[in-house]
Write a protein that binds this ligand. Structure first.
Ligand code: NAP
Length: 264
């Protein structure tokens, strides 16, 4: 389903961090945000991905397309300096980034190494704080920041392991940021999506079973789509949600409301 043409974000400028390809959740958010009138800056992890990202930036009419490895403070500072030079200020940030070693996203959580724990927490949780800190001088009154999370933060989901721990930290970071930035009228929220077949998700052991289980049991009896998440993102990025901050908002067809479930 594509959303009707609207002007919810007209005159707003924002960063979309975490597009890898057309299946990425951030890609659909960018598409819907552009259709709602926003001017976009896409960021991607490494220079070598430029041939993949530049055509996407063109398709979405993004005015900026920059590299930003979020595990590197200097890279984040450089991105913000480039955005400041081009635009001066920004109205929203979409943080749709996570990473953990593939072999730690299967089996039990005792598979996690110290290094893997630090890496997952750094890229998947701390990076939201790092990006927000660096963006602070650029954020307009009324700015909205969103990040992407998953139910594995507060329920045990087989194989999700360290990523569940990182998402718990990310959700807590969201609440602390909301409390600190609220007096500046800057809002911070997390969108908790149901399982969606993307590159990152395919790294989770048993992901196909996760999809099948979701489709069979979620109250809406269907998979969550990138469009579902993008629709909610538009609400959170726009003034429609001007009184909402510090929330973890589920877009999972009601799956989070279910009671104990059998192991997959
Ligand atoms: P995706 O398309 O693979 O996006 C993940 C993004 O993270 C990629 O663009 C990846 O870049 C980027 N990334 C990883 N390390 C990075 C780094 N050091 N610096 C900058 N970018 C980095 O998968 P997705 O499912 O749309 O994931 C987006 C967000 O949604 C993630 O936070 C994920 O946990 C969350 N989420 C996904 C689901 C799901 O089922 N798909 C459900 C709930 C929440 P490269 O690939 O180019 O390295």
């Amino acid at each position: 389903m594509s959303l009707p043409q609207n002007t919810l974000l007209s005159g707003k400028r924002g960063l979309i961090m975490g597009i890898t390809n057309e299946r990425s959740i951030a890609y659909e958010i960018a598409k819907q945000a552009a259709a709602a009138g926003a001017e976009l800056c896409l960021t991607y992890a490494h220079e070598k991905l430029a041939p993949r990202l530049e055509p996407i930036a063109k398709e979405l009419s993004a005015s900026l397309c920059l590299t930003c490895d979020v595990s590197d403070d200097a890279a984040i500072e450089k991105t913000m300096a480039d955005v400041k030079a081009a635009w001066g200020n920004i109205d929203f940030i979409v943080h749709a980034i996570a990473f953990a070693h593939k072999d730690e996203l299967r089996g039990g959580i005792t598979n996690t190494t110290r290094e893997g724990f630090h890496l997952a927490m750094d890229v998947s949780a701390y990076s939201f704080l790092a990006v927000t800190k660096a963006a602070l001088p650029l954020l307009n009154d009324g700015a909205s920041l969103i990040t992407l999370t998953y139910l594995g933060s507060n329920k045990v989901v087989p194989n999700y392991n360290i990523m569940g721990v990182a998402k718990a930290a990310l959700e807590s970071t969201t609440r602390y940021l909301a409390a600190e930035l609220g007096p500046r009228n800057i809002r911070v929220n997390a969108l908790s999506a149901g399982p969606i077949n993307t590159l990152a998700a395919r790294g989770i052991g048993g992901f196909n079973e996760m999809l099948a289980h979701h489709e069979r049991t979620a109250p809406l009896r269907r998979l969550t789509t990138q469009e579902d998440v993008a629709g909610a993102a538009l609400y959170f990025l726009s003034p429609l949600s001007q009184g909402v901050t510090g929330e973890v908002h589920y877009i999972d067809g009601g799956a989070n409301t279910l009671g104990p479930t059998p192991a997959l």
